[in-house]
Design a protein. Sequence first.
Length: 155
Amino acid sequence: MTILYCTSNIIETTVMYLREAGRERKECVVLWLAPRQSAAQDLRIVEVYRPLQHAKADQFWIPPEAMTALMRHLRAKHLKLATQVHSHPCAAFHSPADDHWTIIRHIGALSIVIPDFASHTDTENFTREAKVFSLSPDDRWLEVADIARVLEIEP
């Protein structure tokens, strides 16, 4: 299973973006990027990327031009998409809209969902608030019961 390593600064930036959109009662998605040469099972997150997106209270989607900009950014910086993190207005779960609009789609991919537009989430409680889902071989997003198995936050 993929293990994500990130700093508390990555978490702080992520929460800031999610809360910013949440103040407008909108979901938000950010992408965690890792160096391209990273092993698939050991990803060190080096950047939080907030793509251009359209959102409402219970859904987000990234238009084609924003996907093109993301691909250009990844090539220029020699990075790869490690995982996506997005907010929900209430509980953290992987909704049918999330299943449809998820950007990262390979077996074992991780998708992290934060509840309540991240209004109560911070670096200290991120792993308690977040729900992590992994894409199964039969194309279903299954919850990872123990977030500590897939996410390590370093100071």
